[in-house]
Design a protein around this ligand. Sequence first.
Ligand code: ADP
Length: 697
Amino acid sequence: MSDCHGGTVQRLDVDQCGEEDECLVPLSPVLLDASGVPVIPVPAPECRTPGTEEMKIGENLNQRGREQHRVTVRAIGKVVGDKWEANGNYSTGIHAQEDGDKHGKKRKLVTVDTSKAKTSLEGVKISVRMLKWKEIPSGRRAPCDIYWHGVSFHDSENITSGQVNKFPGMLEMSRKINLSRAVRIMEELFPVEYDFYPRSWILPDEYQQFSAQLRMVKECDDTFNPTFIVKPDSGSQGEGIYLIRDPAELKPAPATAAGAQARQAVVQEYIGKPLLVDKLKFDIRLYVLLKSLEPLEIYIAKEGLTRFCTEPYQEPSQKNLGQVFMHLTNYSLNVHSGNFVHSESQSTGSKRTLSSVLRRLAAKGVDVKRVWSDIIALVIKTVVAVVPQLKVYYQADIPPGKPGPSCFQILGFDILLMKNLKPILLEVNANPSMRIEHEQEVSPGVFECVPSPVDEEVKVAVIRDTLRLVDPRLKRASSCQRRSAGGEEEAGDGQVRKHPDGVPSPCLKQVYPKYSRQFNYLRLVERIAALFVRFLGVKGNMRLGPTAFRTFIRNCKLSSSNFTMASVDILYIDIARRWSGSLPDSREAGMGLPAFVEAFLYLAARRFKTQTPRQQAASLLDLCEAQLESPTSGPEERRSLSCGRAASRGGAGAPKPHLQQPGQAPPSPAAVPPARRASSQDCRRAKARSREARVEN
Ligand code: ADP
């Protein structure tokens, strides 16, 4: 059997592996080449055999797509009608608004509103054409099936049905500080599993801890001279990033009109020994589809991009710290280097396909299957870390019972491979660039937008497969007991093997729930978030007021003579105040999810002293859930359905009292300010304010 890389392949049934954890692979079955090296298959439509392709790598798919007649896309071999052929061919064309099925019946085309698609527009257009769906380029009054929006969920106001390609709160969760916090909570509970994120401190809040820890480590070993990378919280594309070796080198944050949050930054351990290819540092851009929060569904694109530095790498030294082309892999920076090479093929230049790099590594004997398995684990664990807060945002924007769209989102994971092949998470992009062209200087001083074959290759496949996976006809079909709707079939593992248009789904592979057995135990914070949401009370609220917190304690029977309700109030005030300055919606008072998680873990540590943090959290969750299931919990909880949150209007500048330690005597109840119940009007106003405050980038 011959694969599209010209090698002989044999099939390995991964389920035959002994240990499941080690058998995590993106593909089942795995292809091996003649020498037994696992091949990361390039998605079938992208496979090319020299001399047989109808569209060459340098050719612009967009231009072809724009032509108003039938086009053949990425085909190897001949086209028969509009059918996908076994060798990976398919053709498409510009179609009328309705399509006929094989019985000649008119079938309503899936509609995609692209009026706000921004830079992803070209990629979406091509994908919609490939699927023979209908693009609504200027938006329309009648509801569409799918809305493809360029920035955030909040361009989506007034959409009450269909599906939109953004989750509420995703932009906030992908900010460097929020991601660091979410991963840190998980690290506290699962230190072994969450070791893929560089040690990070949040500035300015944790400056003291950062410098004290560094001093301590250096005192123990004076030859130890680590490097750190400083990244502004709201930055992107390498903007404002610099390397330091001493806290004294931290630059004062520039004052901005946007206020304190804009001045926040993350200082992070710098990974000084990355894996190099051609002596250059590179990182991986992996596309991940979060298809649904409930149930959790995650897909990973088999094909991604690698972005290369443009100066040969040297380990950081005082002399080279400022050399961005050596240390930062951002395309937006390196494109300005004289050494930048626009890639003419998948495997050369400053931006290459992931599969081409993995093939090179495999040829050198690297266990690529293992690398993929680690990358999948990293992705699932990261999503598990951010899902609890996303669920809080989701219920606030689209409360159960309120008409609204369902959401899905493509995320860009930036991953660095260390020299020892361990993948490290650098960041998650809520709005990864889906641009398929780049600017090029065609003559001195004259710039033109030209197609980028590598981008087009990877991104169109991701967009097209995403659309295919959220096809509303599949939803309808699965709700009708997976009855076939026009010929598609959904495999038992959730992969769409064959689409109504006969096109296989070669790019996105499901990893969750596929690997849920290995990762479900990590979803503890989601259970804490479910408790939090249960006690929020008022629809649209994201903060727990003091009354609701008390009700949580009472209903779960967590107070005692050792831990009175007065201590509960103190605990609430202490934690809510400390968090009030550090959250995106800081003008809204009350306890957000991270603060509630902190309180919960404190209560767990207090009650189950001898256990590990993870066992403590699990034990307290079991206890709370059991109490809430008991019939006596009802009336008390109903009384709490208001969003009282006035008691904690401490603000960012308020003093930060220390949290009472487990077993320590509770502080005096006199410190508790009187609580006021906020009206539902207060809640609406606070929500509107928080929306205004959300910055889109
Ligand atoms: P931005 O959003 O500005 O692109 P990133 O977190 O992606 O910020 O960092 C930019 C680049 O800096 C990355 O692409 C990578 O090359 C490098 N980088 C970031 N964090 C680290 C780290 N901890 N160790 C080594 N290199 C890093």
